[in-house]
Design a protein. Structure first.
Length: 191
């Protein structure tokens, strides 16, 4: 059997099931009609998911991957930038303060120690902030380029798929071929 014919017949069967549900609702069996209709809709949703998986087996994997990449990019951009800046600034300030205090210690007065700590903290904070910002921007731009490449690949795959009009035309041609074949079989039977 031709897969497109099978798909057409299955779609028609689901349509008939929905029509039966509407008739049941209209004739007064509302509860039964609604239950029947919901069952038909759920089974049709399962059928559509199966059809999508058949035409594009990596469909669900790609959808999940894209969603995970988007959420990770958002979380990284929000959380990592702030936390890294704070942690690096704190640890650098602590280390620089400890080293300066140990080396200079008793030789330098209290005023010199405070002046050096302030200058070092300001310079380190600026340099670290600049480096962290550049690293985060580079990482995010790399991630965004990867996501854009993946989106372009998906768009190319979508463009390669047959359009609904093409599939409908194939179904009409197939139906016409089937009708002409049935007519010739009927003529043979008459003989």
């Amino acid at each position: 059997m031709n897969p497109s014919r099978v798909d057409f017949m299955v779609d028609m069967a689901y349509g008939l099931l929905l029509l039966v549900a509407i008739v049941l609702i209209a004739t007064g069996s509302t509860g039964i009609g609604i239950a029947f209709g919901l069952g038909a809709l759920v089974s049709y949703a399962v059928h559509v998911a199966w059809k999508m998986a058949r035409f594009d087996p990596d469909w669900m994997t790609k959808e999940v991957t894209e969603n995970i990449e988007e959420s990770l990019t958002e979380e990284v951009s929000e959380n990592v930038g702030e936390k890294v800046t704070e942690e690096v600034t704190e640890s650098v300030e602590e280390k620089v303060t400890e080293e300066v205090t140990e080396n200079v210690g008793e030789k330098v007065t209290q005023e010199v120690t405070e002046s050096v700590e302030e200058k070092v903290a300001e310079e380190v904070t600026q340099e670290v902030t600049q480096e962290v910002t550049e690293n985060v921007e580079q990482t995010l731009s790399d991630e965004i380029e990867t996501i854009v490449d993946q989106l372009e690949a998906v768009n190319q795959r979508i463009d390669r798929r047959p359009r609904k009009e093409e599939l409908d035309a194939e179904e009409v041609e197939a139906a016409a071929d089937g009708d002409s074949k049935n007519n010739s079989d009927d003529e043979r039977d008459d003989e």
